[in-house]
Design a protein around this ligand. Structure first.
Ligand code: BV8
Length: 238
């Protein structure tokens, strides 16, 4: 059956070769920080300044980061695919898919370069460190500005859009994620139950590797361009 609509889910592994830390690798962020302290609403309520600083450091690290060949290959697929829709949902809060040229990225865990007012919900670019002394431009309140990021225990963003795209997909592709965090880790099961082709591209088998029909293991900067080339050639798009 001709593949038409492709649903792609990415995780931190796609940005690893751009110099950004993953989470659960041996040198990942969760080896250095306690998730509950820095990526949960309770941690923020306990120590807001500490959590703001955790994201200020990550935002500063993002300044020099550049997309790698995997990001660029997905942007090429998005630009050249003529048989249907390519939906890109990322768990990542970096902006490397956008810098690579992919349009309409769905950031289900939010975006590091944006801040949200906890008082009025205003979301806008955060071009500097977030502090408790900042004044919200929309409502004028002080101390409510937080990263526009989804913490554990919070509801991911654009879930209706995501499930609608998943329901229309003919192929589900998971790239650079350990499959440890829900609801993203549950997408492959929904794809399987819908009877669509499931593909995993990762450095090593993920926690739900057995749910994929096809797997390509290796570094994203090599495996993703190879897969994109295969898809475009197979569809006669090259
Ligand atoms: C929610 C913040 C309710 C931003 C993050 C069952 C069902 C539903 C929920 C739950 C459930 N069980 C438990 C839960 C609660 C919880 C959860 O999943 N807990 C886990 C620990 C069990 N989930 C939640 O709280 C979520 N909210 O469920 O709300 C709801 C649900 C549905 C609908 C309505 C309401 C909120 C989850 C979001 C939490 N925020 N981060 C930030 O600081 O970045 S999650 C965190 O993990 C990151 O955002 C990251 O995106 C995410 C996933 O990690 P990965 O990207 O996979 O990274 P990891 O290091 O794990 O793996 C990297 C992979 O890359 C590895 O496999 C590695 O081999 C590979 N790799 C490395 N280098 C390369 C490579 N691959 C290729 N090339 C390379 N070079």
């Amino acid at each position: 059956m001709q593949t038409r609509n492709i649903f792609i889910l990415t995780g931190s592994g796609i940005s690893a070769e751009s110099g950004l830390s993953t989470f659960r690798d041996k040198d990942g962020l969760w080896a250095k920080y306690n998730i509950a302290d820095v990526a949960s609403i309770e941690g923020y309520q306990r120590d807001p300044r500490g959590v703001l600083d955790f994201y200020n450091v990550r935002r500063a690290n993002l300044v020099g980061a550049r997309p790698n060949a995997a990001h660029l290959a997905l942007a090429e697929l998005g630009a050249r695919w003529r048989h249907g829709v390519v939906t890109l949902v990322t768990q990542n809060i970096d902006n490397l898919h956008e810098l690579a040229g992919f349009r309409n990225v769905i950031h289900m865990h939010g975006e590091l370069n944006k801040m949200r007012c906890g008082d009025c919900g205003d979301v806008r670019l955060a071009d500097d460190d977030l502090t408790l002394e900042l004044v919200c431009c929309a409502c004028g309140n002080i101390g409510g500005l937080r990263p526009h990021v989804v913490w554990f225990g919070e509801i991911p963003l654009e879930m209706d859009t995501i499930y609608e795209a998943l329901a229309r997909a003919d192929m589900f592709v998971s790239i650079g994620t350990s499959g440890a965090v829900y609801p993203a880790a549950g997408f492959v099961q929904a794809a399987q139950e819908a009877g669509i082709k499931t593909v995993e591209i990762n450095l090593e088998p993920s926690e739900n590797a057995d749910m994929f029909d096809i797997a390509h293991y290796g570094k994203a900067s090599e495996a993703v361009p190879a897969w994109v080339g295969e898809i475009l050639r197979g569809a006669g798009a090259v």
